[in-house]
Design a protein around this ligand. Structure first.
Ligand SMILES: *Cc1c(COP(=O)(O)O)cnc(C)c1O
Length: 430
């Protein structure tokens, strides 16, 4: 018997109540079609690193500059993650400590706009056009510290209008321009944003949270050559654990590191750092390039099917992993549509569309994406099934029998394509 206060106890015995909730969530993730574009299925290797004893260790500071002892193995783990991030994205410097995408963004702004800087103005994409809360929305703390103005998209194409953005930048004179988005289905032209930033004497920063996996896979232009700093999450298309990552030019390395710790955070989450290192190794494999290309092919097939079913696809299609569409042509608000889809085993989120006539809490659209289903091995033909199920669910939003039928078809398909990270025996069908 080891000399500890308690014999080790597995979760099932230690906390049956929690274990039961976890098992139910595993079954839900296994059988539902996960269409939320910001989600994915991490590999078993990533999940193992994230659920490891590294969670027990404090390591405030950076490799070889720590405030606690016992870093003999934590240092090489963090150094591995840093080296892999720099190599994968071709960056001068990487900081792997941000707890997630939101704190990474706040750290990025703090690093590049010190309190002593006279100009604290930032120009970013507005929320209604597909920007993120942390790009200075009034409910986000980011808007308390910096003076944000927002650009939108063109009223007819719903794409970036660079003539309008440059005119706004000349007028507003920002110190920082943010390129990046959370609900924009087209390529982000980082080169054009860099030209505008150079013209008005601003620094360009990029937030590639949604598309980091597409950038890593070589199927979306990289912001790294163009931006002073780049933020990302690690758990969306990049398919790692929930976390954040900052990349930057050498000249900003010290400011970025200081802004993360001690500026905003305490001890890094070493279990997450390890899992990020594993995910970065996976993302450097040829198989990941094929994955990223398939994510886009699948999204295009899904967009085509949705359009052929009479749904109004924003910008008429997609270049990336997501499709934004108005559900109003099928006489449903985005919220009603997303609810019906959920009952049919199709998990998505309601979303505003550009120039949405409906209020943000009950908008006109739904946002779907293909990163998760592609991780399960689904291809274009399956996306056409998914598109038809989505349309059927919206049309049948008041018909619980029809929603149940769709759900059963969805579960049948998902059962044939177990997600990464799940080991047999697989969860029983809920
Ligand atoms: C998801 C996202 C974030 C925030 O990431 P969290 O991990 O949820 O904090 C920031 N920016 C963009 C563009 C995002 O899509």
């Amino acid at each position: 018997m080891p000399n500890s206060t308690q014999a080790p106890m597995a979760l099932d015995d230690a906390d049956p109540e929690l274990a039961d909730l976890l098992a139910q969530e595993a079954a839900r993730q296994f059988y539902c079609a996960k269409l939320i574009p910001s989600e994915n299925y991490a590999s078993l290797a990533v999940l193992q690193a994230a659920g490891s004893v590294l969670a027990n260790k404090y390591s405030e500071g950076y490799p070889r500059k720590r405030y606690y002892e016992g870093q003999q193995l934590i240092d090489p783990i963090e150094e591995l993650a840093i080296a892999r991030a720099k190599a994968l994205f071709g960056a001068d410097h990487a900081n792997v400590q941000p707890y997630s995408g939101s704190p990474a963004n706040l750290a990025m702004y703090c690093a590049l706009l010190p309190q002593s800087a006279p100009n604290q103005r930032v120009l970013a994409l507005g929320l209604p056009a597909g920007g993120h809360l942390t790009h200075g929305h009034k409910v986000s703390a980011t808007s308390r510290f910096f003076a944000f103005a927002h650009y939108g998209v063109d009223a007819t194409t719903h794409r970036f209008d660079f003539d309008a953005i440059v005119a706004q930048a000349r007028e507003f004179k920002p110190a920082l321009i943010v390129a990046g988005c959370t609900a924009y289905p087209r390529i982000v032209e980082f080169d054009r944003f860099a030209e505008i930033a150079a013209e008005v004497g601003a620094l360009l920063v990029a937030d590639m949270a949604h598309i980091a996996g597409l950038v890593a896979g070589g199927v979306h232009p990289s912001p790294v050559p163009y931006a002073a700093a780049v933020s990302t999450t690690t758990h969306k298309t990049l398919r790692g654990p929930r976390g954040g990552l900052l990349l930057c030019k050498a000249e900003h390395a010290q400011a970025i590191d200081k802004a993360v710790f001690p500026g905003l955070q305490g001890g890094p989450h070493n279990h997450t750092t390890a899992a990020v290192a594993v995910a970065l190794k996976e993302a450097a494999q040829p198989a990941f390039r094929a994955y990223a290309a398939q994510v886009i092919s699948n999204a295009k097939a899904l967009a085509e099917t949705l359009a052929s079913e009479g749904l109004a696809v924003v910008t008429g299609g997609t270049d990336n992993h997501l499709v934004l569409f108005s559900t109003m042509p099928l006489q449903a608000t985005g919220k009603q549509a997303a609810k019906a889809m959920d009952l049919a085993g199709l998990e998505a989120n309601f979303n505003s569309i550009p120039f949405d006539p409906q209020p943000p809490m009950n908008p006109s659209g739904v946002r779907v994406g293909t990163p998760s289903l592609t991780s399960r091995g689904l291809r274009e033909s399956h996306m056409r099934d998914v598109g038809r199920w989505i349309a059927r669910a919206i049309r049948g939003k008041d018909d619980s029998t029809e929603l149940g039928r769709i759900r059963s078809e969805v579960f049948d398909l998902m059962a044939q394509y177990p997600p990464p990270g799940f080991e047999a025996p697989y969860p029983a069908r809920p």
